[in-house]
Design a protein around this ligand. Sequence first.
Ligand code: ADP
Length: 490
Amino acid sequence: MRAGKIASLCLVLIVAAVGAVLSLLATSLPWLASMHPVLRLCLTFLGLATVSAAILLPLGTTLDRTVARLRSYIEATGTERRTATFWGPKWARPITRALIGAVEQFRQREQMLTNELREVQIRHRVSEAERRQIESVLHVLRDAVLVTNAFGDIVIVNEAAGRILGFDHTQALHQPLEQFVDDECLCQLINETAETANFADRRHVEHEISVPDGQGDKEQTLLFLVTLACLENHKREVGGVVTILHDLTRVREISQMKTDFVSKASHELRTPLSSIRAYVEMLVDGEATDEESRQEFYRIIQNETERLGRLIDNMLNISRIEAGIVQIERENVDIKHLITRAIDTLEPEASQKQITLNSKMAEVDLSVEGDCDMLFQVVLNLVSNAVKYTPAGGRVTVAADSDNLTRSVVVSVSDTGLGIPPDAIGKIFDKFYRVENYKRVAKGTGLGLSLCKHIVETLHHGQVGVESKLGMGSKFWVTIPMRYAGSQAA
Ligand code: ADP
């Protein structure tokens, strides 16, 4: 049964009941008053119920039908509704029209809100994608990036920032800066930047931070260039601060190395140059009075010029290798042949010092893929050093063998010479390094071993090393891979 029918039925009952009660009270009507009260009650009730039912029930049914049509009209969608026309009893039309108008308005509003919601969802998805993109860019950056809002809470932070400042960047989002950044000076810099409210300029400050060195509990102090920028929000007030930390340590080291190189190089170049100038001046001034002195001066000038040439050649070779612009001629090089050539070259110098120069070469193929001239220079340098720093009567042995495990040829040059002081071992392959006490023993540039290391390690992907006991002698060794794996290694 529908609501209209139920309502009309209720109304029928109410009317009949009220009528029946009233009939009891109506004593002024003689024909009613003469009737027994129960009969009067029943008759009135039945009479009124029948009459009101005859009027109200059809009304209820019409109301139900109207409501049902109204509902189906409202529920109809799209073209279905556009083509539908609403009709109903005339008396109900003003109400239904008002209802339909309200529903239409509601529908339009709903449509508008649905469109707006869709737009917001799309915008949210786009900004979410952009946020993820920015996040991945930030996370691949080596520089630390930290953004705080106007309340000093961290709103953006990348992995590098967490690593450098010693916290888990995933935990720090929306947390107060001071809670995660222990570096008081950095926090102060960020707070000061926010206080200045200067949106036009950026602050650049050099700042040292102790960071874990990645090995155990040790810490290392790194120098950072801190760039701070104050952000403006839509109300033109301070919206936050962007902080970027750029590691300057390596740049500083390289710049220091360059400065050291230039000063050492100029110092080394000045020594032979001063000597040449002094002897030339003496010759010009006629201080060499006899032919023998003149010849002696010429010889010194020649030696110093050769030393100058060697120094410049070595410097150029090292810097070319370091810059990666050296093209090497890779060919099959017989190491045995190189050793024999080096021994032949240095034999006169060795025998002059009564030094025994011998070789021990394994009876196997000892050829490698490499640059013949450069590898010859390595062997020559090591044997020459051994002869130079071994006192008269000593012994120099050049040995060569193959290492099947690493597929390399191992060459070692052992001497019974001065040996290397323990504190100098670590610096022996550095540019211009010379053991102070040995400067009187032999002339040198301090570049030979550095060049050997570059040729072996950088150009041939081998290794160099030294073992030495002060006063007992030294053993320098190099390993050269038999097959060049440069293209894979590069
Ligand atoms: P240098 O031209 O001075 O020999 P190197 O770079 O070849 O330059 O060698 C650097 C320094 O290492 C030398 O000055 C010397 O003090 C030390 N050195 C090299 N080889 C030996 C060796 N066999 N025995 C002792 N000291 C050596």
